[in-house]
Design a protein around this ligand. Structure first.
Ligand code: HEM
Length: 269
């Protein structure tokens, strides 16, 4: 007779399930309690594989990143969604644009809410991307190997500002027209490239219908596409650089001090 303890029905059924072909086709690794299985879980899952196999526990803390990069990404998605809704009602024509925006707030169902969500998300994105940049700078996370991603980040920051700037003209009200007139009038003061840049931006010698179309195309197609592309590179680089940097490892002196404190503590007990 065997001295092995008898398996319960539940254990037998669990084992049969885990060894079945259907289960194995879904879960191609064991329980993630070994380094190998933990790596396989990360690599075999479509969502988890966006992260590196190993990430620093400290760098994952919300108090470390403030989640400002994630919040900026979320706001970009929200802006895209609400922006598509607004595109159904807005025509970039100087005779219609102002009325379209007014109608959005008065006659279109959920128009007022969606327009305000778009406006607020745009303001918040500028705030969150700035805070994200400050956080990265403060942590020295722009240093090698992350210097390339810092450059991508600077481009993302500029693109976010361009998106804000181009969106500001679209309601075609007095504040929009004069704000863009003042804003674009800075360009010609730049040496050499100033005048051509002004002409490309405005499409003439003052803010007109041509400017509205240019800003509209930039706002709804050009800049969102460039931002989406840069974000893809940004996220790919974060993954390749081993996730968020996290604080530097403790120095040798700090490690020695910790050991001394631990030894002194155990000697006292
Ligand atoms: C649309 C704008 C941006 C989005 C959606 C974005 C998103 C993210 C996310 C999700 C992370 C992971 C860690 C975290 O959340 O802090 C990150 C990290 C990083 N970002 Fe951004 N980012 C943007 C703009 C910027 C800007 C403007 C800079 C700097 C000029 C920048 C430089 C970096 C760097 C260097 C890292 C790695 C940080 C580390 O290792 O601790 N990003 N970004």
């Amino acid at each position: 007779m065997s001295s092995l303890p008898k398996k319960s029905v539940l254990d037998t059924m669990t084992q049969k399930l885990v060894e079945s072909q259907a289960w194995r086709s879904l879960f191609r690794h064991g329980y993630p309690d070994t380094p190998l299985n933990q790596s396989l879980v990360m690599m075999g899952n479509v969502f988890l594989h966006l992260h590196p196999v190993k990430v620093s526990r400290q760098a994952m803390k919300i108090t470390y990143t403030w989640c400002m990069g994630g919040i900026t990404f979320f706001l970009f998605l929200l802006l895209t969604l609400t922006g598509v809704f607004l595109m159904f009602y807005y025509v970039p024509d100087t005779n219609q644009a102002y009325q379209n925006i007014n109608q959005l707030s008065t006659v279109v169902s959920f128009g007022h809410l969606t327009r305000n969500m778009h406006r607020w998300a745009a303001h918040l994105m500028v705030v969150s991307v700035t805070l994200h940049m400050i956080r990265v700078f403060y942590h020295g996370a722009y240093k090698p190997p992350r210097e390339f991603n810092w450059v991508i980040g600077v481009l993302l920051f500029l693109m976010t500002l361009f998106l804000s700037f181009t969106g500001y003209l679209l309601p075609w009200d007095q504040i929009a027209i004069w704000a863009i007139t003042v804003g674009t009038n800075f360009a010609p003061y730049t040496p050499i490239v100033g005048d051509p840049v002004y002409k490309v931006l405005v499409g003439g010698s003052s803010v007109t219908q041509i400017t509205l179309v240019r800003f509209y195309v930039g706002h709804v197609i050009l800049f969102p596409l460039v931002v989406a592309l840069l974000m893809a590179v940004h996220f790919w680089r974060i993954r390749k650089d081993g996730g968020a940097a996290g604080p530097p490892p403790p120095s040798r002196r700090e490690l020695e001090a910790r050991t001394e404190r631990a030894v002194a503590g155990s000697a006292q007990q």
